[in-house]
Design a protein around this ligand. Sequence first.
Ligand SMILES: [Fe+2]
Length: 347
Amino acid sequence: MTGEPIEWNANAPARRAGRRLAAWGLALMWVTASSGSAWAASKPPPDAGHGAVTGAQRARPDGGPPARDGSDVGSSAPTDAGTALRFGVIGDFGSGDSHESDVARLVKGWTPDFIVTTGDNNYPNGSAATIDDHIGKDYSDYIGDYRGKYGKGSATRRFWPVPGNHDWRTDQLRPYLDYFQLPGNGRYYETDLGLVHLFMLDFDREEPDGNTADSKQARWLKERLAASKSCFNVVVGHQAPYSSGARHGSDPKLQWPFREWGADVVFSGHEHLYERLDVGGLPFIVDGIGGAERYEFVKPLPESKVRYRDDWGAVRVSATGAGITYEFFTVKGERIDQLAVAKRCVH
Ligand SMILES: [Fe+2]
């Protein structure tokens, strides 16, 4: 765990002027976790700016104990642009062992509307022989059109993965494609969930439509982001455009102009750790600590805000018509990080 303070007041210019969305400015807000209202405050407390606040304490600028289940966050926000949504983000989770199950218990305890993955869904080789034991065993309740052996699955599709490099290792992703039956070409796709629009990418070098900023896949993303009518455009891919991780680090090929194209956040995995960065005002969240062996950090990038690798965990996202909150929890329910971004969305 590093000791950097959260940035409480990093104003960024409103984007996408002329669209249906009326953003009244993006500002990081502090959250009054004790009040029951996540959206009550827009100004930091006097002592919250810079200090040796670390670990779970960083979630409580009021000095109170960390929330254990976070149920006091995000539930009473105003909703004037669609139904409020809550979802979990897991990454590099498909180990099939107890760490994966611990993370699944954490995430399902949030009763999320859906679950997003940042890839490496099925270690070690993405094979058909292991896929149900490494995904369905813990997450079948969220998988639509489920054909595995762990229950009936979900009546609707509530599990939205991206492929990781380990998923690509067998027969050019075939077991993954067969198991999930995802929209579009199944490798990369979009899904409009109302307030939130997911853009699920294939950042792998094996991707036939490329993974560079001028690739066919990137052109598709730019076009589809421009067409989005949702309040929050969430971009997800496996490999990290930016990371302070020791194993892989940043991948410059993946540093597309996401912000200019209309993304509100970029999630990735690949590095088995948690890191939140701010690159030109856009949050990049590396969330690859969902069950597999954990990795180390090297010297932090200047853009890095929060880093954690001491236990497994997942990100919870709460979206309303007034803003979006990202929180990282460990499997013990300790909240390590939170970022709240105000953005009022109207029809
Ligand atoms: Fe991985």
